[in-house]
Design a protein around this ligand. Structure first.
Ligand SMILES: [Zn+2]
Length: 443
């Protein structure tokens, strides 16, 4: 049995979180969930909340949070692969042992454990004096402590061997650390890959830490963000940041953002469908991932030309696989973060609900650019009913009934293509569309 997404869904469904927690701690009902003493820190308050609807937990004292798999992994002090195996056994699902015989699977499990340890280390640093610079930055960006904890954010200190020595003390070898791309080999020496950076752990759908993004706080650093290199467990083209939260989003609408910070601020404002790619343009694999977990997607990229070009490419990718995609355009603010701060999240939600369709978006972009032949080519590629819907947008001029009939029915010559759209009638446009389609048919 392989650890597929559907296997994990089944596993979560059968291992109710509250029931699982109650085998370790006495719980009591509270609201729509349960509360209990936190098993992860010493304290007598009922600070540990179990949310039945999302099947997640959060301790409001120590910040421990996650789902049933991370709960078992933390309480049994094992890697998440082992936690999955334990949970599978409890509900008599075939445990995923086929892979565990395999050397690679063991290596993967070990790498995930090391990533988890690194994430804990970075997190502890952030919440200590050593991480003050990072914490100041995050609070300065108006993230709440709750969001910082929810995302397990951390800080990589400036030394060359901080994480290296920490992991060594935990029993990991230099070869393992280098394979996980946490340290870098240079000649005969090694050093930490991430230094003086705010750390964003990248967590997959199973709740495993598969890699990191690191944002520098140095103005002179060559790269603002760096990510973990490709490893046995980290494939940047096949994962999305915050998918572990977004897949539980109730409205099944993802919001595709450009960066990790955008995702977290959006999440903080209550839009838990926010995700981001991991330093690349959207890939076909990521589009498929969206399709698996959401019904539609809103693309929230920068309003500059580069951002809008990327948005157009993304629309194409999504529409090719049948996912409804819309592009977020924000009036009166430079990005969602600013808009939400100015007008509040209710207004932002209304904005999301009233977005133009992908076709309307592409068409209005082409019309703004004013190249009529591009508009015609685009319209020609649409189905008749789609085009019909769009024609009123294009029909910016009332039909001229006083014009003599010969000019109106005349075949548009190639000059017409150069005319601004406002000077073309629907009739002319339709003829041009026919022409383009005929040409396409021939080739
Ligand atoms: Zn706690």
């Amino acid at each position: 049995m392989k650890v597929t997404d559907s296997f994990l869904c089944e596993l979560r469904k059968r291992n109710d979180l509250a029931a699982t927690v109650s085998t370790y701690m006495p719980t009591e009902p509270s609201g729509s969930g349960y509360i209990c003493r936190c098993p992860f820190h010493k304290g007598i308050d009922l600070s540990f909340h179990i949310f039945s609807d999302t099947q997640t937990y959060h301790c409001f004292e120590c910040g421990a949070s996650g789902d049933v798999i991370s709960f078992i992994s933390s309480i049994e002090k094992c890697g998440c692969f082992e936690a999955v195996r334990l949970l599978a056994e409890r509900v008599e699902l075939d445990p995923p042992n086929e892979e565990s015989d395999d050397k690679t699977a063991l290596k993967r499990a070990r790498m995930l454990e090391m990533n988890l340890e690194a994430a804990r280390y970075y997190r502890d640093v952030l919440h200590s004096d050593m991480g003050k610079r990072g914490m100041d930055y995050l609070l300065g960006r108006q993230l709440t402590l709750g969001s910082i904890r929810k995302y397990g954010l951390g800080y990589a200190p400036g030394g060359w061997h901080d994480l290296h020595h920490h992991l060594k003390n935990k029993g990991f070898t230099e070869t393992e650390m280098a394979e996980a791309a946490l340290i870098v080999h240079k000649g005969s020496s090694v050093y930490d890959k991430f230094r003086e950076r705010v750390m964003f752990p990248i967590i997959d759908i199973r709740g495993c830490v598969i890699g990191f993004g690191g944002r520098t706080l140095e103005k002179t650093a060559p790269a603002k963000y760096i990510n973990t290199d490709e490893t046995l467990v980290f494939h940047k083209r096949e994962n999305l940041f915050s998918l572990n939260f977004a897949e539980k989003s109730a409205d099944k609408r993802f919001i595709l953002c450009e960066g990790y910070m955008d995702v977290i601020t959006m999440n903080q404002a209550g839009f838990d469908g926010a995700v981001a790619t991991l330093g690349t343009a959207v890939t076909p694999q990521q589009a498929k991932l969206v399709k698996e977990h959401a019904k539609s997607v809103v693309i929230s990229y920068d309003s500059d030309e580069a951002g809008q070009k990327a948005a157009s490419r993304a629309i194409k990718l999504f529409s090719d696989i049948g996912v409804e995609a819309k592009v977020l355009t924000i009036p009166g603010a430079k990005d969602p973060d600013e808009y939400i701060k100015k007008f509040g999240s209710v207004r932002f939600g209304e904005l999301l609900n009233g977005l133009p369709t992908a076709t309307e978006y592409v068409l209005s972009r082409l019309l703004t650019k004013g190249n009529m032949s591009d508009v015609v080519k685009y319209l020609a590629g649409l189905t008749d009913s789609e085009r019909e819907k769009q024609m009123p947008t294009v029909n910016v001029r009332e039909p001229d009934i006083t014009a003599n009939s010969e000019t109106t029915v005349a075949e548009p010559n190639d000059d017409a293509v150069e005319k601004p759209v406002s000077e073309l009638s629907n009739d002319e446009i339709l003829r041009m569309i026919e022409k383009v389609r005929k040409k396409r048919g021939k080739t």
